[in-house]
Design a protein around this ligand. Structure first.
Ligand code: ZN
Length: 399
């Protein structure tokens, strides 16, 4: 298996790391000063009219972040909220100030992270937008989707100009990603681990339960991978087990970001498979795929979105989803309840059908759309903005 230079570099301690260590300390100090400057009002923050949840990773190679965002979108939607995702992660040279990403967007333009998010979040009718600045992207999104009542920001660990109502940081605790424990440029961390204590929640993968001296244990929550299964890209009903019991040649490919975790998983499943990590993602070409001497090609879903146009029926895609534990779910709902206690926030919510304004009935705990004659309930402090969950007002009921 090929290992990229960066992975080797991040795991080691060499004289070069010692030379770069002062630069790491300097970077940590600059982030501390920047954070303090915003905290004490030297710089002003901008705030969205609706709550914003920031989800970011403390490592440069955070692999669970996107999957956690997909879970969050599912969780918020099933609790009656209407989320939207914004991000500034895009390939260099992306020109547009802000634009919507859908699963048919060009990966070369929008990048694999945004495409992966759109591919999954759109299933929950949740729009995904990217652009140059998270402040502008969100405002532009809200002009087109005024019914959205919560934003999820896919990055912005150090973008303190954007006020976050809730900050969730993801930590891949696998030593491989955690590396030598240093901040950039001497290690793979984007800030000192003590920065995690400033977040509302630090999410670790359940398989890596261990204590961290640097992090307040009350802030640690766990997520687990659920329902890992291989699905044939063209014949979703085929059973993977039946195929692998024959004498088929199996070949697994993965981009460097996911290679370690994917190949570890294959070893755990005891599959006789040749493995190849792709150092340069532009290698995911038809010519390369055709040249593979394999009957079955195994790939992670995050990598599959990079080569949708060249996938053939030999491809089996590992589908996985992440589920956060109940403690995180309870914490999220409690925090959001606090936010929606603010009647100003209830005033700006609009009807998901006609996008018109709503009348807040405090005693009835309902938000009424006069035009559609629908009453949206506020349950346990959370407005349920779903047509299915709304009460149709009888003709005799006055608004
Ligand atoms: Zn309406």
């Amino acid at each position: 298996m090929q290992v990229s230079w960066s992975e080797l570099y991040w795991q080691r301690l060499t004289p070069l790391h010692a030379i770069l260590w002062p630069a790491s300390l300097l970077l940590e100090l600059s982030y501390k000063l920047k954070r303090a400057a915003y905290r004490y009002g030297l710089f002003s923050t901008s705030r969205y009219p609706i709550p914003l949840i920031l989800v970011d990773s403390i490592t440069v190679n955070g692999i669970d972040k996107s999957a956690l965002i997909v879970w969050l979108v599912n969780f918020l939607t099933s609790n009656g909220l209407r989320p939207a995702v914004i991000s500034c992660s895009h390939p260099d040279g992306y020109q547009q100030l802000s634009a919507e990403v859908t699963s048919s967007s060009d990966i070369g333009q929008v990048g694999d992270t945004a495409l992966f998010l759109a591919f999954h979040c759109n299933k929950y009718n949740c729009p995904v937008w990217i652009g140059q600045d998270n402040g502008t992207v969100g405002l532009d999104l809200l002009k087109i989707y005024p019914d959205r009542n919560i934003l999820i920001c896919d990055d912005g660990l150090h973008d303190y100009h954007l006020f976050r109502d809730l900050e969730i940081l993801v930590l891949d605790t696998d030593k491989y990603y955690y590396g030598n424990g240093f901040t950039l440029p001497a290690g793979p961390l984007r800030d000192n681990l003590t920065r995690l204590n400033c977040a509302d929640a630090v999410v670790l993968h359940e398989k890596n339960q261990q204590s961290f001296d640097q992090v307040d244990s009350s802030k640690i929550y766990y997520a687990k991978t659920s329902s890992s299964k291989f699905i044939n890209f063209y014949h979703a009903s085929d059973h993977f087990k039946k195929i692998t019991t024959s004498s088929n040649r199996l070949h697994a490919i993965a981009g460097t970001k996911y290679a370690k975790s994917f190949f570890d998983q294959l070893s755990y499943l005891n599959l006789a498979v040749s493995k190849q990590s792709i150092l340069n993602e532009s290698q995911f070409t038809k010519r390369y795929i055709d040249s593979l001497n394999a009957d079955i090609i195994l790939i992670k879903e995050e990598d599959a979105v990079k080569c949708l146009s060249v996938i053939d029926d030999r491809f089996w895609i590992l589908k996985e989803s992440i589920v956060a534990n109940t403690a995180l779910q309870v914490m999220l709902l409690n925090k959001l309840r606090e936010k929606f206690m603010d009647t100003k926030l209830l005033d700006i919510l609009v009807c998901p059908l006609c996008k018109g304004s709503l009348v807040y009935k405090k005693i009835e705990k309902e938000l009424i759309c006069k035009r559609d004659r629908l009453a949206f309930p506020i349950r346990d402090g959370i407005p349920i903005m779903l047509e299915d969950g709304a009460r149709l007002l009888p003709p005799e009921e006055e608004v």
